[in-house]
Write a protein that binds this ligand. Sequence first.
Ligand SMILES: C[S@@+](CC[C@H](N)C(=O)[O-])C[C@H]1O[C@@H](n2cnc3c(N)ncnc32)[C@H](O)[C@@H]1O
Length: 293
Amino acid sequence: MPGVESGVGLTALMVAAARAIETYRPDALAGDAYAEHFVRAAEVSAAWPVRPAEVPDGDANPLWGRLGRYFGLRTRVLDDFLIRSVHAGARQVVLLGAGLDTRAFRLDWPPGLVVYEIDREGVLAFKHRVLDDLAAAPAVTRRPIAADLREDWARSLLNTGFDPAVPTSWLAEGLLLYLPPAAERCLIDTVNRLSAEGSTLAFEVKLGVESPEVRTGPVYLATRQQIGIDLLALFDREPRPDSVGHLRESGWSTATRTPFDFTRHHGRGPLPEPNDALASNRWVFANKPGMHL
Ligand SMILES: C[S@@+](CC[C@H](N)C(=O)[O-])C[C@H]1O[C@@H](n2cnc3c(N)ncnc32)[C@H](O)[C@@H]1O
């Protein structure tokens, strides 16, 4: 059963390590007390850094410095997005490709909210083993769903109590880059079909194809050399669908932002660099009429 120790599941541990390091920065953008426990619990990541002081070269490290800070910023921005959405009326949250996301445990949710977490069985089994060892209790009703997001996951969601008649806030954080275009297209169609008016969706995409200079640059190189993750091999290589266009055709309004917009807003985080692996990343925020964020 594929879990967190190999393939795309390993990226969930990478993001958890970045969140652990972020948590202990004096100027942290987000805090996740569970993150370091996931990293320590898996054999493959047990020796990865989980504190800023453990990072060789500190902020100059392209993986744990720059890319890590990117994940910290992304966590904060999407925490804020979800909290804003539920305060504006969303009654359910669906985390697509939830990985080791602990928002159900660490955010301050309004009463009555339900959080669904979809990921592959092996990833969720590892997550539950670590959280059970910590006796962690969710701050909300939490319903994990083991499913492959390239297949018919909507049926499992509906069978687990999801109500398409009430507004939902959907999140695909660090997921779509790994899915074949047909699966992304299908995911966006499914989100649209299951979204009542007032629903919201946030997701991350990369625009276009990165140049050879970017692909051989420090972020991808350090990720391969330091933790053995070849992100470029894991990303789906086919041309991406126009998910923003599809949502707009279906009546959603969308706003596309760069991570650097939020770095400037928060006064910390990554800024543009030459041949930058973050330059083509975009965070898309969409809402189906009925909710204004
Ligand atoms: C980079 S991690 C992000 C995890 C989480 N969203 C976060 O930001 O911490 C990507 C996650 O997507 C999940 N994933 C990738 N392809 C998937 C698929 N076909 N079905 C279900 N989950 C998938 C992986 O198992 C992994 O947990």
